[in-house]
Design a protein around this ligand. Structure first.
Ligand code: F6P
Length: 343
């Protein structure tokens, strides 16, 4: 059996553990694995590398993906689908494991539905916003990076009696902001799922200052809006192959409002791609490894058109169609638990 693997979309810690584990399980069954480079681009252009137990054995601790990644959408040009099908055929693939988020898995689902390719999906994203799974690998590493950064920012904020606004990634879901904010006792957390009340937040920050707290921590998710009538804050008008804008800049806008309304000196830190870089946490190495093992086992059983999914503590198979198209937004009950501290 010959199996392809690709990683698409934004990279995240935990991708290499998936690759390593899938290669091992396929090799144990005397199969052969080939990596398609740079997401769907590699599948279109036939860019490949051989994956063996030997060249993947020590990649468990490496961040990013040894295969490279891109946000290439083969459905943008019908000719690219033909080229992708040619690659699949020419390589003699029996199956393809696509590791990615909603966009990559959406393509995988269409290729399975339209052309009957042996697709298996494996969910990844630091944003933790994929449906049909409880947690995505990458998320745990990311919130630990944010937590460590905020712990450091707290000491300088306190020395200078400042408010620190920390802008996190997460796209349209507030999981990273809410988890990292709760883990660092943030004074306020702004997420895309809830209407932002900036006056309430500024009153709270002023009151805390009066009561003697010498600094403030505000965590804002990049997808939050200043008000319901305002759009997302974006870097520019450019959209990627899947139509996504580049979010970013809400932290600056929030800091400006805080300084104006409270009179307290405020600084902004946008953590950006630091949140996706570096080695995976132990949790993400283990989750990635388990996802890789189960994805490969599904390949061996020819259980195609499915995605590996964490349900409680078990890894199960769910139809790819269930996983794509709808984002898993932040649980509002969870946000309200964090909100107990915003008084
Ligand atoms: O989806 C993961 C993510 O890291 C988002 O949190 C973020 O908005 C986006 O990717 C950034 O993408 P890029 O790497 O294209 O700048």
């Amino acid at each position: 059996m010959k199996v392809g693997i690709l990683t698409g979309g934004g990279d995240c810690p935990g991708l290499n553990p998936v690759i390593r584990a899938a290669v091992r399980v396929i090799a144990n069954a005397n199969g052969q694995v080939v990596g398609l480079l740079e997401g769907w681009r590699g599948a279109i252009e036939g860019l490949t590398m051989d994956l063996t137990v030997e060249n993947t054995d020590s990649i468990i601790s490496q961040g990013g993906t040894i295969l490279g990644s891109s946000r290439t959408n083969p459905y943008k040009k019908p000719a690219d689908i033909d080229r992708l099908l040619d690659t699949y055929r020419n390589l003699g693939l029996d199956a393809l494991i696509a590791i990615g988020g909603d966009d990559t898995l959406g393509v995988a689902n269409r290729l399975y539905q339209d052309h009957g390719l042996g697709l298996i999906g494996c969910p990844k994203t630091i944003d933790n916003d994929l449906s049909a799974t409880d947690v995505t690998f990458g998320f745990d590493t990311s919130i630990n990076i944010v937590m460590e950064a905020i712990d450091r920012l707290r000491t300088t904020a306190e020395s200078h009696r400042r408010i620190m606004v920390i802008e996190t990634m997460g796209r349209h879901a507030g999981w990273i902001a809410c988890y990292s904010g709760m883990a660092t006792a943030a004074d306020y957390i702004l997420v895309p799922e809830l209407e932002v009340n900036l006056s309430e937040m500024c009153d709270l920050l002023k009151r805390r200052r009066k009561e003697g707290k010498k600094y403030g921590i505000v965590v804002v998710s990049e997808g939050a809006k200043l008000s319901e009538s305002d759009g997302f804050v974006t870097k520019d008008a450019v959209v990627d192959d899947f139509g996504h804008v580049k979010l970013g800049g809400i932290g600056d806008a929030v800091a400006e409002i805080i300084e104006k309304k409270t009179g307290i000196e405020t600084r902004v830190v946008t953590l950006g791609h630091l949140q996706r870089g570096g080695p995976p946490s132990a949790y993400d190495r283990v989750l990635g490894t388990r996802c890789g093992i189960h994805a490969a086992r599904m390949v061996l059983k020819k259980d195609f058109g499915k995605m590996v999914s964490l349900r409680g503590t078990k890894i199960v198979a769910v139809p790819l169609a269930e996983a794509v198209g709808t984002m898993r937004m932040l649980d509002i009950d969870f946000f309200n638990e964090a909100g107990e501290f915003f008084t």
